[in-house]
Design a protein around this ligand. Structure first.
Ligand code: ATP
Ligand code: MG
Length: 565
C-alpha cells in the first residue's frame, strides 16, 4: 500500500524549522526524538499526530525516535497496554519510518522504569546539593501549601537527615503517602510547578515491568525530563499543556549540572476531533461500561479500532500530515479525517456490486434458465485493476432505497412505470409492484430492454438513473456492520457527561447480498460497494462467513443532515 507521506513534499512547521536550524548550526549532529505514552490504555488518533510528528522528524532529518513507556504509575498501567501500544506504533510506521525506530533490545521499547536506579541517584544528587528535601506533609497539605505559596516546615532539614529518610522511603519503611521527596525551588514562584514540586511518592504497588523492586515512584516531570536526558533526546515534543512544566524541565537539568548537550522541550497543539472523545481515561469508561465491544471497536477513535474498521496506516499518516503542527488549540472537523480516507480509497478500492437492503426484482421477459456474464470495471481510477465478469439472471436484488412508489421530483431511480439502467447491464422498466398483506413492497416485476446493454441496438438510449444489483441465484450473503458516529454532537465534552451524547444508532448490522467474487475478498484489500461505501473485511470473517465493516460512506451524509436540521 502507498505511503503518501513519503511521496508528498516534506511538511514544514515551526518545530521542523528549529530542528533544521539546530542541525545547520551544529548544535546537534543527529536528531533524537521520542514518543512517550503512558501504558494506561490503548493509543488513539491523537497519538497518531504525536507519532507522525516524532517519527516524521526522525525520518526527514535522518535521526531516531524512541518509543518509551512512561510507566511511573503502577496502579493504572498494564502489560496489555504496553503490547497494544507497540502493535499500534508498528502498524503505523512500518514501511515508512520503521528504520528510524530506536530500540533498546530487539523489538523492545524503552521504559522509564528501566531508569529507576539512575533516577534515584539523580534524586540523591539533588538532596546532597541542598536542592531537594523529604517532606512529611500529607498529599492534601502539600497541595494546599503549594496553592497558597507557603513553605513546608520540613524544607530546611539537614542533608544527612534527608538522605537517610530517602533511603528509608526506598527501603519500604513508611506507608503510602507518609512522605515525599520535593524539589527545593521557590514557594513564591508565579508558576506553581516551581513551588517545590513533588519528585517521589511512596506506593507499595506491584509494577508491570519492575515487579516489587520499588515502592517509591518518580513523578512525571522528574522521570520524563531525566529519561529524555538519559536517552540523549535532542527535541522533546509535548502537547501545549506541558508548556507550564518547561521551567521545571529546565530547572532539573540545570540543578543536576548535567553535561551538555541537553534536551529541549517544545510544545504543539494536541489534536481534538469532532464527534468523538479522545482521552484514554474516557475511552476506558466506554470500554469498561460496555458502550462498545472493546478497545478495538471500530466506532472508537483508537488506532486499533480504526485499523479494524478498515482505515489504513497510510490514510492516517496522510491525515496527520494534512492537519499540520501549530501552537494554537483547535478542534479539527472529523471531515478532514474522512476526506483523507476517501481520497486514498477512491484510488485503491476494488469496486464490487452488493446490496445492503435487498428488494427482489423479476425480469418477466428474461428467460428463466438463462445466465450471462457482464463485464464490470474493477477500478475506474486505476486501469491496471482490470475487469471481471458478473453474473446476470432473471431474478435480481436491488437496493430498497432505489425504488419509491411515490417519489419526489428529482428522484431518478426506479418508480412504477419508470425506467432505470442496471449498472453494466440493461435498462429495465417497472411494470408491477407486489406487496405483502401489510402493504410492504416485497417484489417488483419488471421488463428489460434486451437491446439496451453495451453493444446492443439501444445501448445509447439514455435514462437518468443507474442503479446497482446482484443476481439472486448467485448472490453470496455477508454480514455487514454499518458504523455511524459514536456521538450525536460535535463536542461531547462541551458540558455534562459525554456518555449522555452516545449515538444509539452507531451500529446497524445487515445481511447483504454480494456478487460472488467477494467470496475471495482479502483482509489487506479495500472494497467499494458501488454507490454505497468503502468496506474492509473484519477479523471475525471466516471462509464461509463473510463479515465486512463499513469503513466510510462514499459521501458525507452527515453534512446534509446537519444542513437539513
Ligand atoms: P490521554 O489523556 O489520552 O491519556 P496523554 O497525553 O495522557 O493522553 P500519553 O500516553 O501520556 O497520553 O501521551 C503520549 C504522547 O502523545 C505525549 O507526548 C502526548 O503529548 C501525545 N498526545 C496525547 N494525546 C494527544 C493528542 N490528542 N494530540 C497530539 N498528541 C497527543
Ligand atoms: Mg495521560
Amino acid at each position: 500500500m502507498s505511503t503518501p507521506t513519503d511521496n508528498a513534499p516534506a511538511p514544514s512547521d515551526f518545530i521542523r524549522d528549529i530542528v533544521a536550524e539546530d542541525l545547520r548550526s551544529g548544535k546537534h549532529a543527529k536528531i533524537q526524538t521520542r514518543f512517550p505514552p503512558e501504558p494506561n490504555g490503548y493509543l488513539h488518533i491523537g497519538h497518531t499526530k504525536a507519532i507522525c510528528l516524532n517519527f516524521g522528524i526522525a525520518h526527514e532529518f535522518g535521526g531516531l525516535c524512541n518509543v518509551r513507556m512512561d510507566d511511573t504509575n503502577p496502579e493504572k498501567e498494564d502489560l496489555e497496554y504496553v503490547d497494544s501500544i507497540m502493535a499500534d506504533v508498528h502498524w503505523l510506521i512500518d514501511g515508512w519510518a520503521d528504520q528510524n525506530l530506536g530500540l533498546k533490545k530487539a523489538g523492545a521499547p524503552f521504559y522509564a522504569s528501566d531508569y529507576f536506579e539512575p533516577l534515584y541517584q539523580f534524586a540523591q544528587q539533588l538532596v546532597r546539593a541542598g536542592k531537594a528535601y523529604v517532606c512529611d506533609m500529607t498529599p492534601e497539605q502539600t497541595d494546599a501549601f503549594r496553592r497558597e505559596g507557603r513553605e513546608s516546615p520540613f524544607r530546611d532539614r539537614p542533608v544527612e537527615e534527608n538522605l537517610d529518610l530517602l533511603a528509608r522511603m526506598k527501603a519500604g519503611e513508611f506507608p503510602d503517602g507518609a512522605r515525599t521527596l520535593r524539589a527545593k525551588i521557590d514557594m513564591q514562584a508565579p508558576n506553581v510547578w516551581l513551588r517545590d514540586p513533588v519528585l517521589y511518592r511512596i506506593r507499595h504497588a506491584e509494577h508491570h515491568h519492575t515487579a516489587d523492586a520499588w515502592c517509591i515512584y518518580p513523578m512525571y516531570d522528574f522521570a520524563h525530563t531525566l529519561s529524555d536526558y538519559l536517552e540523549g533526546i535532542t527535541h522533546s515534543l509535548c502537547t501545549l499543556e506541558f508548556e507550564v512544566h518547561r521551567p521545571l524541565y529546565d530547572w532539573l537539568l540545570a540543578a543536576l549540572e548535567l553535561p551538555k548537550p541537553l534536551p529541549h522541550q517544545y510544545e504543539f497543539a494536541r489534536l481534538n476531533l469532532t464527534y468523538t472523545v479522545m482521552s484514554k481515561r474516557k475511552l476506558k469508561q466506554l470500554v469498561d461500561g460496555k458502550f462498545v465491544r472493546g478497545w478495538d471497536d471500530p466506532r472508537l477513535p483508537t488506532i486499533s479500532g480504526m485499523r479494524r474498521r478498515g482505515v489504513t496506516a497510510s490514510a492516517l499518516r496522510d491525515f496527520a500530515y494534512r492537519i499540520g503542527i501549530t501552537k494554537y488549540p483547535s478542534l479539527t472537523e472529523v471531515d478532514a479525517l474522512e476526506h483523507a480516507i476517501r481520497s486514498e480509497f477512491n484510488k485503491t478500492a476494488l469496486r464490487r456490486l452488493a446490496v445492503l437492503h435487498p428488494l427482489k426484482i423479476t425480469l418477466t421477459n428474461y428467460p428463466e434458465d438463462q445466465t450471462e456474464e457482464l463485464e464490470a470495471i474493477n477500478n475506474p481510477e486505476d486501469p491496471t485493476a482490470g475487469t471481471r465478469k458478473v453474473l446476470f439472471s432473471r431474478e435480481l436484488y436491488i437496493e430498497e432505497a432505489d425504488f419509491m412508489e411515490d417519489p419526489p421530483k428529482k428522484y431518478f431511480r426506479l418508480r412504477p412505470g419508470g425506467e432505470v439502467r442496471l449498472k453494466y447491464g440493461y435498462i429495465i422498466k417497472c411494470d408491477e409492484v407486489v406487496k405483502d398483506s401489510l402493504g410492504k413492497v416485497i417484489e417488483l416485476r419488471c421488463t428489460a430492454d434486451l437491446e439496451s446493454k453495451s453493444g446492443g441496438a439501444n445501448s445509447n438510449r439514455k435514462v437518468k438513473g443507474t442503479i446497482h444489483w446482484v443476481s439472486a441465484a448467485h448472490a453470496l450473503e455477508a454480514e455487514v456492520r454499518l458504523y455511524d458516529r459514536l456521538f450525536t454532537v460535535p463536542d461531547p465534552d462541551a458540558g455534562g457527561d459525554f456518555k449522555d451524547f452516545i449515538n444509539p444508532h452507531s451500529l446497524e448490522v445487515v445481511t447483504a447480498k454480494c456478487e460472488p467474487s467477494l467470496g475471495e475478498a482479502k483482509a489487506e484489500l479495500r472494497y467499494q460497494f458501488e454507490r454505497l461505501a468503502y468496506l474492509a473485511l473484519d477479523p471475525d470473517s471466516q471462509p464461509n462467513k463473510l463479515v465486512f465493516n463499513r469503513t466510510i460512506t462514499l459521501r458525507d451524509t452527515w453534512a446534509k443532515e446537519v444542513k437539513k436540521a
